[in-house]
Design a protein around this ligand. Sequence first.
Ligand code: HEC
Length: 266
Amino acid sequence: MRKTIVSAAIAVAALTAGAVAIAAETVTASESEQKPPHRHWHFEGPFGTYDRAAAQRGYQVYAEVCSACHSLQLLAYRNLMELDLTENQVKSLIKDIQVPDLGDDGQPIERPARLSDSFRKPFANPAIAAAANNGKAPPDLSVMIKAREDGPDYVHGILTGYVPFDKLTPEQIKEFNLTKDDNFNKYYPGHRIAMPPPLADDKVTYADGTKATLDQEASDVVEFLAWASEPKMEDRKRTGVRVILFLLAMAGLMYAVKRQVWADKH
Ligand code: HEC
């Protein structure tokens, strides 16, 4: 018994030390970096859900802007129906998209995308992707929101965090060795980012009439990418709530049973 307590105490101490070390590490790593401000997201918290209208607008931003450079390999077009779109609506969204395939004679061809196709990749391979983008291949965005610390805030920060060259201080230009052709981003680690600013006010014209400010476009595409990185989140949360309710009911029942069993013994 004593042994167990001692080893439990050691384990707790080790975990705490680990957590402190990790926290210290994060502080050193972020010294020169600014953290993107925290924003409220519809999908946050134990009861959060995706805002379908925002995610649909986000798909429009992805399709019209980001898809020129970034793939979304884990999604197929039929998945868009989970955003409360009918089959016909999705078909009309993808009607102009061409995907590579092999023709009857085995030769590569392009044909119109079907619901069963995976999202079209903008570049055939990472080397071509890098060659077209100043030597840095645009990463796949399928799980970007989950892969980065504070993913939603971070991606929103990147999309809105560009500082134009003429707004930079001479110290910044010197410290980061910048020329007019470099992109400076407040929230990108190291600040120099190979991605030119992808969004601006009125970069898209929203089908639902929402005003397309930079901030709105960034929030919408984050909502869409958050859904893309975890389409089953809502089911997961619902299951969690049911499990907790079940455990509460079970605890109540067990207490009643205990009282019954011990009733004569007091
Ligand atoms: C012209 C091509 C291009 C377009 C359009 C583009 N990107 Fe990028 N993006 C890049 C490149 C290149 C990188 C890699 C940057 C680097 O490594 O310096 C990148 C990196 C990123 C990153 C990664 C940051 C990280 O932590 O690794 C995110 C997030 C991102 N892009 C999101 C988007 C979104 C969302 C859109 C659409 C609104 C978009 N991008 C449009 C080229 C593009």
